[in-house]
Write a protein that binds this ligand. Structure first.
Ligand code: FES
Length: 120
């Protein structure tokens, strides 16, 4: 069997602005492709599976629109669950207290890199 892919470039660092539009990508989780997204907040990048903790559907109704208008919180477009960008913790809404599933990413050499894209 081929060795699992260990990392992959998602996008250029310059594609993500503070509190701005996120970039969607796919990760392999337990043998199936799952949607995920990465955003910039507090000068760092954070990524989560694109699946609301309330009902497992995508957060963004307009592609890449994960932040509220102020660029301070991630908001699910369906029922308004509000998440802290740096932790994925839901602070308001129907799934208050629940968490988005984090995806490991880091910035390196001007790119945003997905670590361990393939989790068995
Ligand atoms: S599906 Fe996200 S708040 Fe209901």
């Amino acid at each position: 069997m081929a060795m699992a892919e260990r990392e992959r470039v998602i996008c250029a660092s310059s594609a993500l602005t503070e509190g701005g539009v996120g970039v969607r990508f796919k990760v392999r989780r337990h043998g199936t492709d799952a949607g995920a997204f990465v955003i910039r907040y507090d000068e760092r990048v954070f990524a989560y599976l694109n699946s609301c903790a309330h009902i497992p559907i995508e957060l963004d109704w307009m592609e890449g629109e994960f932040f509220d208008k102020a660029g301070l919180y991630l908001v699910c477009a369906t029922h308004g669950a509000t998440y802290e960008p740096a932790t994925g913790h839901c602070i308001m809404g129907p799934c208050k207290g629940a968490n988005l599933v984090a995806v490991r990413v880091e910035e390196r050499d001007g790119n945003v890199v997905l670590l361990e894209p393939d989790v068995a």
